[in-house]
Ligand binder design. Structure first.
Ligand code: PRP
Ligand code: URA
Length: 207
């Protein structure tokens, strides 16, 4: 399942993010805001169960989440999404995956992974603003599955059709949510029109 969250508030935030004149501090704030705007949609498949609920006036029924939630930012750029999700889901655990895309081969090179002891039975939400070739997202899912994850969703900001196709083929059961589906990849593996290097723009490390 692939869903573009074509919401006016998300679209206007993303439009400003794309512009090179959007400085790091503003880029960070807007990415965080987009994450919060996306969060209700991205968690739409969370299961709930009915519980008894006592109001000041009577006993009624309410709902509670069946599964606990683990947010998984792919470093570095996924960190830009993290706080916006945590603002809405403060009880979530956070697992980190470090992947750096090799600029020559475009393949992801893993450098870090830290997650709760078991991910089995949890709602694991992978976060990365950019789905370009799809290599990083597929590698992250492989790591999460090794750690026991059996229920994964993926939230990105901008997706390229090439990456989406690769991801859908490797992980057909994982729903993908994006703020935009862009046109294609450049020869150097950048998303077009895209927004440039998300990690560099987020952390002010542009050359
Ligand atoms: C970027 C981005 C994704 C990856 C997407 O990270 O944040 O993780 O590229 O590309 P792919 O779909 O072709 O794998 P990068 O590896 O540049 O690291 P950074 O976030 O530290 O800048
Ligand atoms: N990673 C980025 O940060 N931007 C792209 O366009 C592609 C991969």
């Amino acid at each position: 399942m692939f869903r573009v969250l074509d919401h006016p508030l998300i679209a206007t935030e993303l439009t400003r993010l794309r512009e090179p004149s959007c400085p790091t501090s503003e880029f960070r704030q807007r990415m965080r805001r987009i994450a919060s705007l996306m969060a209700p949609y991205v968690t739409e498949l969370l299961e709930t169960e009915v519980v008894e609920c006592t109001t000041p006036l009577e006993i009624t029924t309410g709902k509670r989440l069946v599964q606990s939630i683990v947010l998984v930012p792919i470093m570095r750029a996924g960190l830009g999404f993290l706080d916006g999700f945590l603002d809405l889901i403060p009880e979530a655990a956070v697992a980190h995956i470090g992947l750096a895309r090799n600029e020559e081969t475009l393949l992801p090179e893993p450098y870090y992974m830290k997650h709760p002891p078991s991910l089995a039975g949890k709602f694991v939400l992978l976060l990365d603003p950019m789905l370009a070739t799809g290599g990083s997202a597929v590698e992250a899912v492989r790591n999460l599955r090794e750690a026991g994850a059996d229920r994964i969703a993926f939230a990105c900001l901008v997706a390229a059709p090439e990456g989406l196709a690769t991801f859908a083929e490797a992980c057909p059961e994982i729903p993908v949510y994006a703020a935009a589906l862009d046109r294609c990849l450049s020869e150097r593996g950048y998303i077009l029109p895209g927004l440039g290097d998300a990690g560099d723009r987020l952390f002010g490390t542009e050359a």
